[in-house]
Design a protein around this ligand. Structure first.
Ligand SMILES: NC(=O)c1ccc[n+]([C@@H]2O[C@H](COP(=O)([O-])OP(=O)(O)OC[C@H]3O[C@@H](n4cnc5c(N)ncnc54)[C@H](O)[C@@H]3O)[C@@H](O)[C@H]2O)c1
Ligand SMILES: [Zn+2]
Ligand SMILES: [Zn+2]
Length: 318
């Protein structure tokens, strides 16, 4: 029996309050409105940014359904949807692509102005939520909310993918892989024969390694305090793996010695402000022509820049 145009009851992980465990709940997922798409989530990844949202360093209104790295199948579409149809395999996009704003039109950027990251409302584009739980509305998270068996997203926040795609693998395109690989290939534009340093070997860092390798880097030096990550890093292209805890000197000194003065490209993919500061200083001392540092996340500094906004949100008791 078709579920189109009906409310779907399903399981979701609800975050009722910051710094509390998720609660597995039955939620109601309303049908998609015009220009929206309801998706059956088949595979979902966990990214560190979900954890930043739980702790409040990445701002989002609660209660909310988090999750932003997933793949699924379109269950039904709202009026006016033309780019996907029921049965299509899709990846939800936490940075939408309206295709019309000045950022979407700029080939150097993709941070669409319709995103829900810079000034998070926890809703779809029309300002409302499709989720309820125990009679209360529950917020969306950056327009995707994938820790739910079903979710609703705006049509501009969904990408159709090949029907043969293995969803349990391609779900990583939803965040970690695109972020890491893209930061090496598109943002830093790693050059053939260069030396790269990658700090942090989570899903994003490992994807940076793949990007550096694809770009033809000669040396990819990876840095992590968890040695268990090194085998996978080597498999994906790391040429050397080092643990800062094995050295008495600061890791930037170790890297300078290893590389005759410094690396060409460095990537901070741990998410620590102090590592970012150290890398900036390191680059400042060695102004190589091509030297470039890419920071993918600094939750604490993000929290600082959002402090005013956060105060306002607290004031509203959201
Ligand atoms: N678009 C974006 O800006 C974007 C997208 C995805 C993730 N992120 C951010 O990127 C960061 C990494 O995400 P992830 O999911 O790969 O995280 P993760 O937690 O899976 O991986 C982090 C890695 O850093 C290592 N690490 C921790 N402390 C360290 C230290 N002092 N020195 C060296 N290594 C250390 C950990 O052992 C781990 O392997 C997070 O802060 C996340 O929020 C940003
Ligand atoms: Zn992420
Ligand atoms: Zn746009």
């Amino acid at each position: 029996m078709s579920t189109a145009r009906k409310v779907i009851k399903c399981k979701a992980a609800v975050l009722w309050e910051l710094n509390k465990p998720f609660s597995i709940e039955e939620v109601e997922v309303a049908p998609p409105k015009a220009h929206e798409v309801r998706i059956k989530i088949v595979a979902v990844g966990i990214c560190r940014s979900d954890d930043h949202a739980v702790t409040g360093t990445m701002m989002t209104p609660v209660p909310a359904i988090l999750g932003h790295e997933a793949a699924g199948i379109v269950e039904s579409v709202g009026e006016g949807v033309t780019t996907v149809k029921p049965g299509d395999k899709v990846i939800p996009l936490f940075i939408p692509q309206c295709g019309k704003c000045r950022i979407c039109k700029n080939p150097e950027s993709n941070f669409c102005l319709k995103n829900d990251l810079t000034n998070p409302q926890g809703t779809l584009q029309d300002g409302t939520s499709r989720f309820t739980c125990r009679g209360k509305p529950v917020h969306h998270f950056i327009g995707v909310s994938t820790f739910s068996q079903y979710t609703v997203v705006d049509e501009i926040a969904v990408a159709k993918i090949d029907a043969a795609s293995p969803l349990e693998k391609v779900c990583l395109f939803g965040c970690g892989f695109s972020t890491g690989y893209g930061s090496a290939v598109k943002v830093a534009k790693v050059t053939p024969g260069s030396t790269c340093a990658v700090f942090g070997l989570g899903g994003v860092g490992l994807s940076v390694v793949m990007g550096c390798k694809a770009a033809g880097a000669a040396r990819i030096i990876t840095v992590d305090i968890n040695k268990a990550k090194f085998a996978k890093a080597k498999e994906l292209g790391a040429t050397e793996c080092i643990n800062p805890q094995d050295y008495k000197k600061p890791i930037q000194e170790v890297l300078k010695e290893m590389t005759d003065g410094g690396v060409d490209f460095s990537f901070e993919v741990i998410g620590r402000l102090d590592t970012v500061a150290e890398l900036s200083a390191h680059q400042f001392i060695h102004p190589f022509i091509h030297s470039k540092t890419i920071f993918w996340a600094f939750p604490k500094s993000t929290a600082l820049s959002y402090a005013k906004q956060r105060g306002e949100m607290k004031g509203q008791k959201i």
